[in-house]
Design a protein. Structure first.
Length: 310
């Protein structure tokens, strides 16, 4: 009988709950939790999030690396990533729904001045303001999550523009693709939302060149990765009023260091990488299904294209 071994390599979390959920799917699974790897020759399938660089090349029989989230930049940043191993990621409607609610919540909060009123309240200040009128949102990234956010915001009455790598035809979304059309995509938007994967092409894409192209007073939401944002350029464009504000969920260094200027910036609203959180039940189902696919020589779900990096 084929050995039934899965390695959980999640150094930043206690994996007990997740391990139980996998075991519930098949009590015969031999589930190992890093660093208690046992015989490295047994490891064909590993679930990872922010693994130590160089770790994966130690497993001579590794066939599949399953990301414990939607993003895979944490895998590709390992310079010693073994070649010829299939990489998969999570795609599920709970991730897309949470992200849609997060983005809508942030936009509505800004539009209706809700945080500002909370600050006024602290000073017992009665000072009504008009809701902001701008309702055009540009989504950078029209993948699984971007498409869901687009549909959700459409239902709320927003006008949606979207930018992707390849051309797309999406109902009620004005689409743009490729580097040359980035300025046209963002040009007219009141809200710019980064929902891109972090790759060599998208690193630092949120920089002064982009901010110069946006409408004065636009609002930035970064839920992609911290590596998308040039932090100094953001500070500069907030200082000059080119951007009205920014809501950031992801950072170059996480947790955000205590002395980081973003914590105290009046026009930056930040959340601790919680825009959309992996649902353990759904992750366990999808990861176990792919484990079975691997064993049965069936195509794996949600494969990543290493040549694109996402
Ligand atoms: P997908 O791979 O489904 O979509 C990626 C999108 O980005 C696609 O539309 C793709 O274009 C586009 N894209 C990639 N590279 C470029 C480029 N160089 N130029 C233009 N467009 C590009 O990913 P998901 O939607 O599932 O997830 C997106 C990202 O969201 C994740 O990689 C992760 O970083 C982030 N995320 C953040 C979370 C949080 O809590 N903050 C939670 C979950 C995800 P095309 O369609 O043409 O291929
Ligand atoms: C993800 C994330 O990529 O949590 O799933 O950021």
């Amino acid at each position: 009988m084929h050995a039934m071994t899965i390695l959980i390599l999640l150094p930043e979390r206690d994996a007990t709950d997740f391990s139980l959920l996998l075991a519930a799917r098949n009590p015969n699974l031999d589930i190992r939790t890093w660093p208690d790897v046992g015989d490295i020759n047994d490891i064909e399938y590993v679930i990872v999030w922010n693994h130590p660089a160089g770790e994966l090349k130690k497993y001579p029989n590794l066939k599949v690396i399953a990301s414990f989230g939607a993003g895979v930049d944490h895998i590709f940043k390992d310079p010693d990533l073994p070649a010829n191993v299939t990489i998969t990621r999570l795609v599920d409607d709970s991730l897309t729904q949470q992200m849609s609610e997060y983005v809508a919540g942030v936009i509505l909060n800004h539009r209706l001045h809700l945080t500002t009123y909370r600050e006024f309240q602290a000073a017992a200040l009665w000072s009504p303001k008009h809701a902001r009128s701008g309702n055009t949102v540009c989504l950078l990234g029209l993948g699984k999550i971007g498409l869901s956010v687009a549909a959700y915001l459409n239902r709320l009455g927003f006008t949606i523009r979207g930018w992707s790598q390849s051309p797309k035809d999406i109902e009620n979304v004005k689409t743009f693709h490729g580097e040359q059309s980035l300025s046209d995509a963002v040009g007219n938007a009141d809200y710019i939302v980064c929902l891109l994967p972090l790759t060599t092409e998208t690193e630092n894409i949120l920089d002064k060149d982009l901010f110069r192209k946006v409408k004065k007073g636009a609002y930035l939401i970064n839920v992609g990765r911290g590596g998308h944002l040039n932090e100094e350029d953001l500070m500069d464009s907030l200082y000059h009023g080119q951007l009205d504000g920014a809501c950031l969920d992801v950072f170059k260094t996480e947790p955000l260091p205590d002395d980081h200027a973003f914590w105290r910036h009046p026009n930056i609203h930040l959340t601790p990488h919680t825009a959309s959180v992996t649902n353990l039940e759904k992750a366990a189902s999808q990861i176990y299904e792919n484990y079975q696919n691997m064993n049965n020589n069936k195509p794996l779900l949600n494969r990543v294209d290493p040549s694109k990096g996402y």
